[in-house]
Unconditional design. Structure first.
Length: 535
């Protein structure tokens, strides 16, 4: 591994593990729910907070990389991540899984992810850097590709716990070959501002937590009358508090700079059009990916009753296309600009969302669904091949860690929002559609009132096949149970359709960021420092 590509091989292995977790867990949702005697909503919270922990503390991780040295940050982060993976593999309950996966692994990743980005930029230059970043993107793509299959196979024939045990082994290999990665960056002798850490972390946690709760609290009007603020849902108030804290964070950074102290984030780098375009596009990419990988497995497993392996196979067209088009995007980068390639990817995401919207039926095994998943994978692959290099090429060598941290924040904030936002659209719409369906059904009024009372706090996502038994246990006769089951199955189908519509809207929003992506081919000649602009 001491050759030219030894560094990217080691860093690619670390990136593979960082991406693997969520794709593995998503196809294993129903099995983990049964194994740990928990709920879909609890799993949604675990998935969301795994990426939210990373988003909330990524700037701290980047700054620690400057203080400790980037390679040392990679080593420490890998050890912490391995401890979290081992804890998750042995988790006896959802609480331990949350601590091991969502917290400890997340904290390890906040050191590893910025270090990967900075060390790639440090070890390679010119077109070799473009290729190295594409390899990192492809590593994520391979994790997305094989994650559902590995997770599906092990969950179906052994246990989902073996995936996390395997991650411990991979991180051990990363540690073993760490010397293949050189670190020429100078360590900074600075004091980290704890108030900045608290402000940024609390702001992001509050915003994403509020979006996560929209499924039970409502967006503006409260869906539960006993949980309200001034007659409204708590969601806009919590989002508002988070926004104020984020504003105070930026004010704090400017004050630290005026005082001659080191900020947690040098806000000047956010003036770079290229960096804003790169991280904004990256955030949207991960929002769509996370949303898609949450709602599709839930429908396949809980509506259609597929096991984890069958779910992985249904997602496979996306996985294959993501890897293939990551490679193609890397090749195209020698001739085409990042803006053109990224826009092709963004148009592809919109097209894929619309195709998936038109593919929704009771079995979800038609050619349109397979085509939509393939197009989505192709679009994500093109984006993955470009955006990492776009972001890191926007800054100088002394700002690599900060740029890596910002990139990590948007990547994981996008993932958190995807799971929280699109997942909440699915669960909230299921509640609304099911309640409306019961109200317009031929069920007796007493039965309707019983159902409304039982689902007052929201409709639980359960296997459609279990609904007749649940209804029978509640005292409904066979005809009433059958009608209720039909209403529930129809509601699940429509909720999936609305989720795909939400993905189409988010995908369309990505177009806004691509206008400031580079128009020239990167790596063709020595890169010039981009001009800073407040536009």
């Amino acid at each position: 591994m001491a050759g030219r590509w030894g560094a990217v091989t080691v860093l690619g292995a670390a990136q593979f593990v960082m991406t693997l977790d969520s794709t593995v867990m998503n196809v294993s949702i129903s099995t983990v729910v049964k194994d740990l005697d928990t709920t879909i909503s609890a799993m949604q919270a675990c998935i969301t907070f795994y990426t939210l922990t990373m988003a909330a503390f990524m700037l701290l991780g980047a700054k620690l990389g400057d203080v400790w040295g980037r390679r040392r940050a990679l080593v420490i982060g890998s050890i912490v991540y391995a401890v979290g993976s081992a804890t998750t593999a042995l988790a006896p309950s959802i609480v331990v899984l949350f601590l091991g996966w969502s917290v400890v692994e997340g904290l390890g990743a906040v050191l590893v992810i910025p270090a990967i980005a900075a060390l790639i930029a440090d070890n390679y230059s010119g077109h070799a850097r473009v290729t190295a970043f594409a390899v990192i993107g492809a590593s994520s793509g391979v994790a997305v590709a094989v994650g559902p299959l590995i997770g599906g196979f092990l969950t179906t024939y052994a246990s989902w716990r073996y995936v996390f045990a395997g991650e411990v082994v991979i991180m051990a290999v990363v540690l073993l070959f760490r010397t293949a990665v050189s670190d020429s960056g100078e360590r900074s002798r600075i004091r980290i501002d704890l108030l900045s850490v608290l402000l940024s972390a609390l702001a992001l946690v509050l915003i994403v937590f509020a979006l996560l709760q929209t499924k039970t609290w409502g967006w503006i009007l409260p869906t539960q009358q006993d949980i309200n603020v001034l007659g409204l849902s708590p969601v806009p108030f919590i989002v508002g508090i988070g926004a104020v804290l984020l504003w105070l964070f930026f004010l704090r950074q400017r004050r630290l700079i005026r005082l001659g102290r080191a900020p947690l984030l040098n806000t000047d780098i956010l003036r770079l059009k290229q960096l804003r375009a790169g991280v904004g596009s990256l955030g949207i990419q991960y929002t769509v990916t996370a949303g898609l990988f949450f709602v599709v497995p839930i429908y396949l497993q809980l509506s259609l009753g597929l096991d984890a392996l069958e779910t992985g196979l249904r997602i496979f067209p996306l996985s294959v296309a993501l890897v293939l088009f990551s490679i193609l995007g890397t090749a195209l980068a020698r001739r085409l600009s990042p803006r053109l390639i990224a826009r092709l990817g963004q148009f592809g995401l919109v097209l894929a969302s619309l195709v998936l919207l038109g593919s929704v039926d009771t079995k979800l095994n038609n050619w349109l669904f397979g085509t939509g998943m393939f197009v989505a994978g192709a679009a994500l692959g093109l984006l993955a091949s470009q955006l990492g290099n776009v972001t890191m090429s926007a800054v100088g060598d002394d700002e690599l860690s900060e740029a890596g941290g910002v990139q990590g924040v948007f990547q994981n904030l996008g993932s958190s929002l995807g799971t929280a936002l699109i997942g909440s659209v699915m669960i909230a719409s299921l509640t609304t559609l099911f309640t409306a369906g019961v109200a317009t059904s031929t069920l007796p009024e007493s039965v309707q009132q019983q159902v409304v009372s039982a689902t007052k706090g929201g409709v639980a996502v359960v296997p459609a096949a279990d609904v007749p038994k649940i209804a029978s246990d509640a005292g409904l006769d066979s005809d009433q149970s059958a009608e209720l089951s039909t209403i529930y199955s129809t509601s699940q189908l429509e909720a999936l359709r609305l989720s795909f519509a939400a993905l189409a809207i988010v995908s369309f929003g990505a177009m806004f960021f691509s206008r400031n992506l580079p128009k020239q081919v990167l790596g063709r000649e020595p890169e010039e420092q981009p001009e800073r602009s407040s536009a």
